[in-house]
Design a protein around this ligand. Structure first.
Ligand code: GLN
Length: 542
């Protein structure tokens, strides 16, 4: 049976609990253990799918088509293990299952209560699909003391009791702030946070203390004394120069060694961290730099493009260059000449998005990339914008647009109401619910031999993740092909265009899916490797 590691947070949010969990997963994996990571989110939305990126950052889509928290992206990037629907659970999902069961009479007339019925449902979710694992790492969203988090803390407390000694460990991530005026690190917030945790009945086994300054031995002892822990289980987590260093840094301060001791695994094999060391060396010693413009909509919240910026970094790693990103709000191009902003960049990327605002600006950015031979990658909505631009400017279809915005004269992008997944036909109603009605998750695409994209992938059959409602309208595809934009990837049934490219352009590719979701530092995605390589070439021409 899998051993469970619970990771909770205290003092403040945004301490990087997701990253800490992911890095710990990578460390255990480097020792040869089989791991999986899971996130419990206390909010009431059933999943983050309908939340604005401004609210919640990026929605991370898994292979099996669920819309999940962006922390699952960290988990996948650090461990390479593809996440599943069962790896992200919210209060909304738990409660809806409990209520559904109650309506069906599943509780046999009993009063349905938070304890034990909600907590039982949480425990069921935690333990689902864990066969064959050595460790399951479970991150609890929010911070200890949040009202909405209480059932989750209660459930994990019960689990440690149910499963018995040596089966579970609790790691608590806290902040040890440095007070500039006093020139001191302060341990009190950590003490209070642990007090809160112990009031719920949870004694942490390890404290991971985020700090901007080294924590002296004496302070570690003091924290240990107040929090009922030996000093060597009070582990400093200092800020690092790159996130890829986190697994190495944690190992250096003994996090994995101490954790394994909690489980009585004193003689675990040492980790092989050479691949992480290699990644860090590449990040620290780039041979050059490229500038890439990302022309999108949610620019104020960088977390809305988390996987994208990571994937571009991975592309840089693969090419030994530093990727400098210019985040540009596309609305700017509706007022000003795009050339002023784009003249100096080596490549242009238009990412996914929704709704009308900023679309004409994105189309202007595509036009600049196409006309000036600047490498271009369009992702999902970015592909839609590229198709609209080509329809208007190459094929002369004035009024070409997407039915996502009004009723264009030439609907080159439209709603498909039926498509095939595996052997099954899936349907979607034009006026259906917003939650969970998109084409979601992994789909196969067949690439045209000899196309740019087949060269980039080095394959003719791929699988990528989707999250969208609208598709390229095949009624117009032939017309576009006659004017220089070809379909170079199709769904296996030949009904849905998945990739479009302009063969006469040095590097112009638009994809209907989100390749950024599958890029990892140890395995950069071919599209990003190819795109950054094209940017490097362009930078040499300038
Ligand atoms: N808004 C577009 C659609 O729903 C594109 C979505 C996206 O970019 N992820 O089809």
């Amino acid at each position: 049976m899998a051993r469970l590691i619970f990771i909770t947070g205290g003092v403040v949010s945004s301490l990087g609990k997701g990253l800490a969990s992911a890095a710990l997963g990578a460390l255990l994996q480097a020792r040869g253990y089989k791991v999986r990571l899971r996130k419990l989110d206390p909010y009431l939305n059933v999943d983050p799918g309908t939340m604005s990126p401004f609210q919640h950052g990026e929605v991370y889509v898994t292979d099996d088509g669920s819309e999940t928290d962006l922390d699952l992206g960290h988990y996948e990037r650090f461990t390479g293990v593809s996440a599943l629907k069962s790896d992200n659970v919210t209060s909304g999902r738990i409660y809806s299952q409990v209520i559904e069961k109650e309506r069906k009479g599943g509780y046999l007339g009993r009063t349905v209560q938070v304890i034990p019925h909600v907590t039982d449902m949480i425990k069921e979710f935690v333990l689902a699909e864990t066969d064959g694992l050595d460790f399951l790492l479970v991150e609890i969203g929010g911070t200890v003391g949040d009202i909405e988090g209480l059932p989750f803390f209660e459930a994990i407390r019960q689990l440690s009791n149910d499963l018995g000694r040596g089966q579970t460990a609790f790691i608590h991530l806290t902040l040890v702030p440095y007070i500039e005026a006093a020139g001191e690190l302060k341990t009190k917030p950590t003490q209070h946070s642990v007090k809160e945790l112990r009031a719920i009945g949870i004694q942490p086994d390890i404290l991971l203390c985020r700090a901007s300054h080294p924590i002296p031995e004496e302070e570690r002892r003091k924290i240990g004394l107040f929090c009922n822990l030996p000093a060597d289980r009070v582990i400093p987590a200092l800020d690092v120069d790159t996130i890829y260093r986190v697994p190495l840094a944690y190992h250096d301060v003994g996090l994995d060694t101490q954790l394994l001791r909690v489980f009585g695994l004193d003689n675990a094999p040492p980790p092989d961290l050479s691949r992480w060391q290699d990644v860090v060396d590449r990040v620290k010693n780039p041979e050059g730099e490229v500038r890439i413009a990302v022309v999108g909509k949610y620019m104020q919240v960088k977390d809305s493009y988390k996987s994208l910026s990571e994937a571009l970094d991975h592309g840089g790693l693969a090419n030994n260059v530093k990727v400098h990103l210019d985040w540009i709000d596309s609305e700017v191009f509706e007022r000003e000449d795009a050339a002023v902003f784009l003249e100096g960049v080596n490549a242009i990327l238009v990412p996914g998005g929704f709704g009308e605002r900023g679309t004409e600006g994105k189309i202007n950015a595509v036009k600049f990339a196409r006309e000036r031979n600047v490498p271009f990658l369009g992702i999902c909505y970015g592909l839609h914008m590229a198709v609209i631009e080509a329809a208007r400017d190459l094929a002369g279809l004035e009024g070409a647009g997407t039915t996502e915005i009004g009723h264009p004269k030439h609907p080159v992008i439209g709603l498909m109401t039926e498509w095939v997944k595996g052997n099954q036909v899936e349907t979607r109603a034009a006026d259906g619910d917003l939650g969970g009605t998109m084409r979601l998750g992994a789909y196969t695409a067949m690439l045209t031999p000899g196309s740019k994209v087949a060269e980039v992938y080095g394959a003719t059959e791929i699988s990528e993740r989707h999250r969208h409602r609208y598709e390229v309208n095949t009624d117009y595809a032939r017309q576009l092909e006659q004017h220089g934009m070809t379909v170079s990837g199709w769904s296996p049934d030949g009904r849905l265009p998945e990739i479009m490219e302009i063969p006469s352009h040095p590097w112009f590719i638009g994809v209907q899916f989100h390749p950024e979701l599958k890029s990892r530092p140890l395995e950069p995605h071919p599209l990003f490797t190819g795109f950054v390589a094209a940017a490097v070439q362009k930078s040499r021409l300038v």
